[in-house]
Design a protein around this ligand. Structure first.
Ligand code: PGA
Length: 255
């Protein structure tokens, strides 16, 4: 049987400047070192502007750093954009792609996400591909259909290249992000099992190695019960990752 190592990832979004970020990363690192080494992978995704400082600071740490987005092209006349290889060059090993704040706030389509995932993987990054239904889609029983479509259309069409070290899926219900609301554990299980089945169909043998994270108002008080669910291989944490105590409490919630 394949065991998937859990991943706890902090998405700092457009928060936290350099000095605060270095302090926060340091507190998390100190906490990790004071524990029996936590049985999980850890990731921080800060603004790209402080990525290289953070990655230097964490060079001897087990905490990885990642980007929050990248452009689909390798280089060129794309003012204001950042390529996957630039992230990699700044010390990133992961990148979050297709976050709902980009899909809904910036009109990112599945097709755009698919091109970015390919670019990220070509640059040697592990792509965290976000999918999630809106509240209206959940209320009108479209959740499974919407997620299936997002998953199929956001992953590269050449599925033979997908594996456990270049692809992660994050299920983030749009209505749960930053709202304090979460799906029930049964709803999370239903979705994560469905994503696993879809991955099996799309990828075959390697599907079992791909981690599926839950994201959306994961906090210290609900983390343990979510992280122990079948096919929940970690968490993508927004608000609670901005505070060392909360983020570390979530890491500690892993059995
Ligand atoms: P949240 O954000 O934990 O603040 O809900 C999660 C995310 O957007 O990745």
């Amino acid at each position: 049987m394949i065991t998937r190592r859990k991943l706890i990832a902090g998405n700092w979004k457009m928060n936290i400047m350099l000095s605060e970020g270095l302090k926060l990363a340091n507190s998390i690192d100190e906490y990790i070192n004071s524990q029996e080494s936590p049985d999980c992978d850890l990731l921080i995704c800060p603004t790209a502007l402080i990525l290289s400082d953070l990655s230097e600071k964490l060079i001897n740490s087990s905490i990885a750093v990642g980007g929050q987005n990248c452009h689909a092209e390798i280089s060129g006349a794309y003012t204001g954009e950042i390529s996957a290889s630039m992230l990699k060059n700044s010390g990133a090993s992961y990148v979050i792609l297709g976050h709902s704040e980009r899909r809904h706030g910036l009109n990112e389509t599945d097709n755009m996400v698919q091109l970015k995932v390919t670019a990220a993987q070509n640059a040697g990054l592990n792509a965290i591909v976000c999918i999630g239904e809106t509240e209206n889609e959940r209320e009108t029983n479209q959740t499974i259909a919407v997620l299936t479509k997002q998953l199929e259309n956001s992953l590269p069409s050449d599925s033979s290249i997908l594996n456990g070290t270049n692809t992660i899926i994050a299920y983030e219900p749009v209505w749960a992000i930053g709202s304090g609301k979460t799906p029930t554990n049964d709803q999370i299980t239903e979705v994560h099992n469905h994503i696993r089945e879809c991955l099996d169909k799309i990828i075959g043998e390697q599907a079992n190695r791909i981690r599926i994270l839950y994201g959306g108002s994961m906090k210290p008080d609900n983390a343990a019960s979510i992280l122990e669910l079948d096919n929940v291989d970690g968490g993508l944490i927004g608000g609670a990752s901005l505070n060392a105590k909360d983020f570390c409490a979530i890491v500690s919630a892993i059995d």
